[in-house]
Design a protein around this ligand. Structure first.
Ligand code: AGP
Length: 608
């Protein structure tokens, strides 16, 4: 996720662009840049690091003259944070500059085509193909060149484009990434969200997917892909800036929970091309995959629990033994590792100290390391042999949600890829599971929409005592993350327990009105888990069951039920956690907790 801004009017553009980028830093902050038009020339200033570096480089915009421009603050997805990879990107002839938020899924093919046409690329980004396509299609008509370019793009984009031939004009285009136009007096704006606009105007126009706009100081004209004008209403923004940063949600955590359909799609979709999975530029040979006789998944906290969910998928599909180990334990365990061990590392931040130490320990013993991280160019990405990125966008809330589900999603993609390359999966199963992955974003949205009663449930499940989460197999993996979510944001003690283990001691704790959240989604072992539900009910527990849709029978046993959309069990770890994230959120909200910044916790634990 990145942030884009643009301005055209009768005052210097650069200071306005910089101010807008500061308001969008929460959307991405590893590099930034602006492009300003002056005397039919585009001046581009780009830096690695925070907006402050850009302000310093441009003397707060004073050394970049001009009244029309665009700006970008980046969250790297393709290409590490460097000046060259920062936006805006300039065409070879210097006539166009582009800023982009989103992912161009077919950029590799477009890049090859443009290089063959003689275009020279300066960056590793997907975005740069856009500016060269515009140059390729430009024959004097800026609008036509932009529209024709977008017909070649697959994926998501919010684009801002300037052309040296048209000094007081900006073109924007939107497909699956937010883009909002700010309506001023003698000046107009655009941005990724209203936070960058409200200090200038509260009158906005929301672009929809497939729409374009020509923005000049005098007017904003919205049109469709055929060039036909579209009438749009002007809305009035009543949010303050802080709530606007949260997209109108009360907390970043809730915003990020709701972003999961997009984040999961951004992580899965670019890796499915036709009926094949393409793992970026991952150069793991089939020979090496065949040599692996053990996989260790290591991480900390929620990332480790994502590994637990992924373990079931990799073992089921690839038939390779998988051990999930807490990094803080693995690093001191004198681990049994050799060249045939693949270490899979999960980390949202890419900077977790225990995880870094575990990597170094395992590498010293001969393991190859594949890291799945959310921050491009992070320490863990740099010290790994292979890296795949989750494309969740920046995660601000300390308690991870989209970071977790995109890690699980990427593990599922990897498991299916390896199973295919090791010929361990038949064609019908592969096709069915590929379709399951393609449908996952809509299933996540359905899981978000399916349980409007969760806020009321949270009122009941705000006990002054511990909460037990029980489950088996994939349900047990989900219960580990569900228990942590509740603990870390509501400060209520919660314990995840393998349901089959209750009779070996813990059931002694179950008495009248003991809250038990039973994860009964896995159909393969459903009856077994239900027997545990009956056991705890018999001892007086209050049971909230989390189960698959249309399982009406369970309502006769459990006190409350949360239904989860049906997906293949082996890939159930994403949808199953969604309602439990929401439950933890609403319990914490009931308790008046500081949800985005829980006490004693940091977003990235960079110390032991
Ligand atoms: C998750 O809600 C916690 N904030 C914490 O467990 C986190 O998952 C853990 O510290 C690992 O962080 P990482 O993914 O950045 O390595």
């Amino acid at each position: 996720m990145c942030g884009i801004v643009g301005f055209t009017g009768n005052q210097p553009a650069a200071p306005i662009l910089l101010d807008g980028l500061k308001k969008l830093e929460y959307r991405g902050y590893d590099s930034a840049g602006i492009a300003v038009l002056c005397d039919e020339k585009i001046t581009v200033s780009k830096v690695t690091g925070r907006i402050a570096n850009l302000c310093e480089k441009t003397e707060d915009g004073k050394n970049v003259p001009g009244f029309t421009g665009i700006g970008h603050t980046r969250w790297a997805t393709h290409g590490a944070p460097t000046d060259n990879n920062a936006h805006p990107h300039l065409s070879n002839d210097g006539k166009f500059a582009v800023v982009h938020n989103g992912i161009i899924e077919n950029y590799v093919l477009l890049r090859e085509e443009l290089i063959a046409d003689g275009f020279v690329f300066e960056s590793e980004t997907d975005t740069e193909v856009v500016v060269h396509l515009i140059e390729k299609y430009y024959q004097g008509d800026f609008k036509k060149a932009v529209i024709k370019t977008t017909t070649r793009l697959h994926g998501s984009y919010a684009l801002g484009v300037v052309c040296a031939d048209e000094p007081n004009k900006v073109f924007v285009a939107r497909e699956a990434s937010p883009l909002i136009l700010g309506v001023g007096v003698g000046e107009n704006f655009f941005a990724s969200d209203v936070t960058a606009l409200v200090s200038h105007t509260r009158n906005v126009i929301y672009l929809e997917d497939g729409e374009f706009a020509e923005v000049t100081p005098e007017a904003i004209t919205v049109f469709d892909c055929l060039g036909n004008t579209v009438d749009k209403k002007v809305s009035r923004i009543n949010w303050d800036i802080q709530s606007a940063e949260k997209g109108g949600y009360e907390h970043f955590m809730l915003k990020e929970i709701m972003e999961q359909p997009r984040a999961v799609k951004a992580t899965i979709a670019p890796r499915i091309q036709g009926s094949e999975i393409k793992l970026d530029d991952l150069e793991i040979s089939d020979e090496y995959l065949k040599s692996i006789n053990k996989i260790i998944i290591t991480a900390c906290g929620s990332a480790c629990y994502a590994g637990c969910a992924g373990k079931y998928a990799i073992e089921k599909l690839c038939r390779i033994p998988v051990h999930t180990e807490l990094a803080s334990e693995l690093r001191y365990s004198d681990p049994l590792i050799d060249e045939q061990t693949l270490l899979i590392v999960l980390s949202q931040s890419g900077e977790t100290a225990d995880t870094i130490a575990a990597i170094k320990e395992c590498k010293s013993r001969g393991a190859k390391v594949l890291s799945l991280v959310n921050v491009v160019g992070s320490t863990i990405a740099k010290i790994s042999d292979y890296t795949l990125y989750t494309w969740a966008g920046p995660e601000i809330a300390v308690a991870t949600t989209k970071g977790y589900t995109t890690q699980v999603a990427l593990l599922y993609v990897f498991a299916l890829y390896v199973a295919r390359h090791l010929n361990r999966i038949d064609e019908p199963t592969y096709a069915n599971l590929l379709e399951t992955l393609e449908d996952m974003p809509s299933k996540v949205q359905e899981a978000l929409d399916s349980n409007p009663h969760i806020p009321n449930l949270a009122k009941h499940y705000t006990p002054d005592r511990s909460v037990f989460f029980i489950g088996r197999n994939t349900d047990y993996a989900a219960s580990l993350e569900a228990a942590l979510k509740l603990k870390e944001i509501s400060y209520i003690h919660a314990e995840s327990y393998a349901a089959g283990e209750l009779k070996h001691g813990t059931i002694a704790l179950i008495d009248e009105h003991q809250p038990v959240i039973a994860l009964c989604y896995n159909k393969d072992i459903y009856e077994k888990t239900m027997s545990n539900v009956v056991e705890v009910k018999a001892r007086g527990a209050d049971v909230l069951a989390v189960t698959f849709k249309h399982n009406v029978k369970i309502a006769s046993v459990a006190d409350d039920v949360i239904y989860v959309p049906n997906v293949e069990t082996v890939f159930s770890g994403i949808v199953e956690i969604i309602p439990l994230q929401l439950l933890a959120y609403h319990v914490a909200r009931e308790n008046g907790c500081d949800i985005d910044k829980p006490k004693n916790l940091a977003k990235s634990v960079t110390v032991e």
